[in-house]
Design a protein around this ligand. Structure first.
Ligand SMILES: NC(=O)c1ccc[n+]([C@@H]2O[C@H](COP(=O)([O-])OP(=O)(O)OC[C@H]3O[C@@H](n4cnc5c(N)ncnc54)[C@H](OP(=O)(O)O)[C@@H]3O)[C@@H](O)[C@H]2O)c1
Length: 395
């Protein structure tokens, strides 16, 4: 263990992953010090976190919420500097004092600060899969040229990372395929003909995981798994055909790597995000996460089944988007973010999320994005198209 604690910036501190990260950090005050905490607008939650963890900086994107936080921090006599606006997310991510950045903002809004951390050569703990789905090769180039250490926090990708050989140069030669497991979400066995009437509350009631609302809806449509297939392709560099998805309703086997000789190496654990978070924070060490250990004697059956494309039509979009020109995955992500937001606002039916994604992919043709600005322009173009599709569909 290093003598001085690691200095950590947590982007998206008020969310599900952010709060779980603080839970793990609180168990190891000798190892980690919180440098910055960020959120979009939840100033009350962020204030409580500031009081407990005393970061150097707190960032809120929303200026009005930042003004409220500034006032409360002053009244409480805390030595926390409150910054506002999206640019401040990048500033705390690339600050020289920071060793590790937990990227846990939801959606493409996390791309710019994650890229800033990558370019600044940080240890980058990536929960924000959308950043990689949008950034694709550009993101991975920034990681390599910046000298960053990229550690996946998605439980599936952490499982794959833990099951792969240490030497990435040998992956192509030794590995046959990556198998990502999926719980199947709350509608795995529901009659597809009844999905039109699904409410946001029903879609967010995941059987195994407590998560933010956007990823919960993505789990219900299995677009989350589609985004994870794309994430795996960029993280591990294997051809899309060598990435498979299998449904595993118990969420105990978090994912697997099948080798050329037929061996399968898997990572198992209780479904608790503190496990991959602790793994990322401590890598290559192992530290206590607070998760309950697996009790094999009482675990019961672990089952596996094929994913049904009829029930989950969004899943195959991952492979088709990866076969498309560069930028296609960014179009898919933007469409899905707009469709999910419309569904959560009750402006779109659950079973129309796929129609919006598919129609947007057909209408927006990306011209090879070369920079963050190109990606953001493409993201905006796809969002505008997706909003038009949402407006056309009956509620
Ligand atoms: N939850 C899980 O178990 C899980 C598992 C694997 C991967 N992930 C991934 O981790 C990421 C976070 O998921 P989550 O479930 O933790 O989400 P969440 O609970 O909705 O939290 C999102 C966080 O991002 C902040 N945020 C939202 N919009 C923002 C914006 N435009 N600019 C800056 N900050 C913004 C939120 O701030 P406010 O609170 O102020 O809105 C909040 O802190 C997602 O990419 C998700 O796919 C999550």
């Amino acid at each position: 263990m290093s003598a001085s604690p690691q200095s950590v910036a947590i982007l998206g501190a008020t969310g599900s992953i952010g709060q779980n990260t603080l839970d793990v950090i609180a168990r190891h005050p000798e190892r980690y010090r919180v440098f910055a905490l960020t959120a979009a607008r939840q100033d009350e939650v962020l204030f409580e976190q500031c009081r407990r963890f005393q970061p150097r900086f707190a960032v809120l994107v929303d200026a009005t919420a930042a003004a409220r936080l500034r006032q409360r921090v002053r009244e409480a006599g805390l030595a926390v500097e409150v910054l506002e606006g999206a640019q401040a997310l990048c500033e705390v991510s690339e600050a020289p004092e920071v060793d590790a950045v937990m990227a846990a903002i939801v959606g493409a809004a996390g791309l710019a600060p994650s890229l800033a951390a990558a370019r600044a050569g940080k240890k980058l703990l990536l929960a924000n899969k959308e950043a990689l789905v949008v950034g694709g090769d550009l993101f991975m180039q920034a990681v390599h040229t910046g000298g960053a250490t990229l550690l996946p926090i998605d439980s599936e990708h952490s499982a794959v990372f833990q099951s792969l050989p240490e030497d990435p140069a040998s992956w192509e030669r030794r590995v046959d395929k990556i198998v990502l497991t999926a719980s199947g979400g709350p509608f795995r066995t529901r009659d597809p003909a009844t999905l039109a009437g699904v409410t946001p509350e029903q879609a967010c009631a995941h059987p195994n995981w407590v998560m933010g609302r956007k990823i919960s809806v993505d789990s219900a449509t299995m677009m989350n798994k589609a985004l994870e297939v794309i994430e795996a392709r960029y993280l591990f560099g294997l051809a899309p055909e060598r990435i498979e998805v299998v449904i595993h309703p118990q969420s105990v086997v978090h994912s697997m790597v099948q080798y050329r000789d037929g061996s399968v190496v898997a990572q198992l654990g209780t479904p608790d995000m503190r496990v991959p978070i602790a793994y990322g924070l401590a890598w290559p060490e192992r530290i206590a996460s607070g998760a309950s250990p697996l009790e094999f004697a009482t675990l019961g059956a672990l089952t596996f089944e094929a994913a049904d494309d009829q029930r989950f039509p969004g899943l195959p979009l991952a492979w088709s988007a990866l076969r498309g020109p560069a930028g296609t995955t960014a179009v898919l992500n933007a469409a899905n973010e707009e469709a999910v937001a419309a569904f959560l606002d009750r402006r779109l039916r659950f079973d129309h999320i796929h129609a919006v994604n598919d129609a947007t992919l057909q209408r927006v043709s990306p011209s090879k994005p070369q920079s963050l600005d190109d990606l953001l322009a493409l993201d905006e173009e796809a969002r505008a198209c997706a909003r038009q599709q949402v407006a056309r569909l009956p509620i």
